[in-house]
Design a protein around this ligand. Structure first.
Ligand SMILES: [Zn+2]
Length: 173
């Protein structure tokens, strides 16, 4: 875990005046170099995001350091291969892996992202895997929400299929 954010940061204000799409877009990161992995639930309309976490490709990570982003120097980050750059209400991660229990390849995550309103987000099934491994109380709550969302989505698809099938049958006979 990382040290709590500086209380002076603006994340709370950002949360209220901008949605997740605006918050990510204002960073100006190039498409194909990043994927949003925290705050994702808001993009799918499930719940509002608090802090945003973004995994970026290695070259972008180093470019951001050159541009003045500051690396978190808490004990956990110092002792881990996973490095974090701290911004206002946004954490930039060098990788998404969670210890040995969950390994993720950044390039694959970026490639498989869901593009919503021009912003790439990690898919819900991948997010669910990560939350399962993390297993904090809030992760377990989110898993319940994700499952409910996926169930509704599936029944929506089935409903559309039923209507289509009916129309097709009517068109044939
Ligand atoms: Zn840290």
């Amino acid at each position: 875990m990382c040290a709590p954010n500086d209380p002076k940061n603006l994340s709370l204000i950002y949360t209220y005046i901008m949605n997740i799409f605006q918050r990510v877009k204002q960073l100006g990161f190039p498409l194909g170099k990043y994927v949003v992995v925290g705050g994702v639930m808001e993009a799918y309309g499930i719940r509002q995001a608090n802090d945003i976490d973004i995994v970026v490709a290695n070259d972008l990570f180093h470019k951001l350091i050159q541009n003045g982003w500051v690396m978190c120097d808490c004990d956990a980050c110092t002792n881990s291969s996973k490095k974090i750059l701290k911004g206002d209400g946004v954490d930039i991660l060098s990788e998404y892996s969670c210890g040995e229990a969950y390994k993720a390849n950044t390039e694959q995550l970026i490639k498989n992202a869901d593009l919503i309103d021009g912003v790439p987000f990690i898919g819900l099934t991948e997010l669910r895997k990560w939350k399962q491994v993390n297993g904090r109380e809030k992760d377990l709550k989110d898993i319940k929400l994700i499952d409910a969302y996926l169930k509704i989505e599936l029944s929506g698809i089935l409903l559309v299929w039923k209507i289509l099938k009916k129309k097709l049958i009517l068109a044939i006979i």
